[in-house]
Design a protein around this ligand. Structure first.
Ligand SMILES: Cc1cc2nc3c(=O)[nH]c(=O)nc-3n(C[C@H](O)[C@H](O)[C@H](O)COP(=O)(O)OP(=O)(O)OC[C@H]3O[C@@H](n4cnc5c(N)ncnc54)[C@H](O)[C@@H]3O)c2cc1C
Length: 388
């Protein structure tokens, strides 16, 4: 029977290119990355970058005139499902930029967006603060006017790639306007990495704390309009949450593939593990989780492309991220168990996924925040809009 997920021939080819890229260019480096704390030799990184550009995977959602691929949401989901099959975040080496940079002025596109999509520049995104995580309205970073310039003060936590970034997109309360996005060059006076702690996963970059002390930027550093942060971030959240959903779907696919291969050959107690229902039933539950999450992913991505009510899409992206991230973690836990002692060894993908998938229930809005969004939507948009 045909799947309910209908990818066009072009989309199937794109997904196949992404799958090949993951299998040939990323998976072979996972164990080396794990053994070296996430870092890979520069020539390997350059090889991954170049291969991703040859495969047409860089700058996926950005417009072709900026060097992107102009993907639809479904295209993006199809590629990121494949990227999710990779551990150690090696796909982060694909040149790309956060989607808020699509609001870049011509000058900002020339300086940041276009070089980022060529792999020459890294731009991080700094919203979270010590006192402002799930509640961004608690942000204390400020930007005050001084002549034509802005002067920024504040401290941002968990800035992914902040240790290697050339520039940071910083959310600060701009005097007279409210939350505003600023692009701040990392080498400006007053920008300092004040802590770079280790995290649970073994990834290419860190998530440091960055302090901004009296950092002077020109008026042209504002991304979009002064006071425009909330609107720009709304779209960003939908994309990021669907991206996480896609990664979780891909991770579940790989986890199951590895578990099926292992339980088909490993024998204990005179029988293959697959013949012990205590081992195989959790895999059946994981297959149900993976299938449901995959259907949800493509349903929401298709809805987003159809121009549906943005608020409904927002709620459904939260619902998808909530379900897929919780399901993927359950799935990783079950697969670790099926591998026994090997499931606790870092050179096995199941072990790495168990650590790496945990953050998908935390970043881009915790599971509790997704539940808040979905619960509110049930009342505001109606049950049929949310589950229909
Ligand atoms: C590896 C990693 C990378 C990250 N990268 C970035 C980045 O690049 N840029 C960036 O800006 N941030 C980044 N973050 C920050 C991330 O988005 C936040 O950690 C997340 O939003 C949660 O905020 P918090 O850590 O302050 O937790 P808190 O908001 O303090 O939450 C603590 C707990 O309370 C719960 N809680 C909070 N409010 C409510 C509520 N209203 N109802 C019910 N429960 C609630 C939460 O669900 C959570 O369980 C990253 C975090 C990690 C771990």
């Amino acid at each position: 029977m045909a799947s309910l997920i209908r990818l066009s021939t072009e989309q199937q080819k794109l997904a196949e290119r992404a799958r090949r890229f993951v299998d040939e260019e990323l998976v072979p480096h996972e164990v080396a990355a794990e053994r070296s704390g996430g870092r890979l030799p520069p020539d390997v990184v350059e090889g991954i970058r170049a291969a991703s550009i040859r495969a047409g995977l860089n700058g996926g959602r950005h417009r072709p005139e900026h060097g992107g691929q102009g993907w639809s949401t479904v295209d993006y989901a199809a590629v990121h499902e494949q990227l999710g099959r990779n551990t150690n975040g090696l796909w982060w080496w694909i040149p790309d930029a956060y989607n808020v940079l699509s609001a870049a002025s011509d000058e900002q596109a020339r300086r940041y967006l276009e070089p980022a999509l060529r792999g020459e520049v890294v731009v991080s995104y700094a919203v979270t603060e010590e006192g402002a995580g799930s509640d961004p309205s608690a942000i204390r970073a400020t930007a005050r006017r001084d002549g034509e310039d802005w002067v920024l003060d504040g401290e941002k936590w968990f800035v992914t790639s902040g240790d290697v970034a050339d520039a940071h997109v910083v959310v600060a309360n701009a005097e007279g306007y409210g939350p505003t996005l600023f692009i701040v060059d990392a080498d400006r006076d007053g920008v300092a990495v004040v802590d770079d702690p280790p995290f649970t996963h073994t990834f290419p970059h860190g998530h440091p704390t960055i302090r901004f002390t009296g950092v002077r930027v020109p008026a042209g550093a504002v991304l979009g309009e002064p006071g425009g942060a909330d609107a720009l971030q709304q779209d960003w959240f939908v994309e990021e949450r669907l991206g996480i959903t896609a990664h979780c779907v891909g991770a579940m696919g790989r986890l199951l593939t590895e578990a099926v291969a292992w339980t088909a050959t490993r024998e204990q107690g005179g029988r293959r593990l697959a013949e012990h229902q205590g081992v195989s039933f959790p895999l059946a539950d994981s297959a149900a989780d993976a299938t449901a999450a995959r259907l949800l992913l493509y349903e929401v991505a298709t809805l987003a492309d159809s121009g549906a009510d943005r608020k409904v899409v927002h709620a459904k992206a939260s619902l998808a991220k909530l379900f897929a991230s919780e399901a993927a973690y359950r799935c990783a836990d079950r697969v670790v168990q099926a591998f026994g002692g090997r499931g606790y060894v870092r050179t096995y993908a199941a072990e790495r996924f168990l650590r790496e998938l945990r953050v998908d229930r935390i970043w881009e809005g915790t599971s509790e925040i997704q539940r808040l969004i979905v619960a509110r939507s049930l009342h505001r948009r109606g049950v049929d809009a949310v589950i229909g």
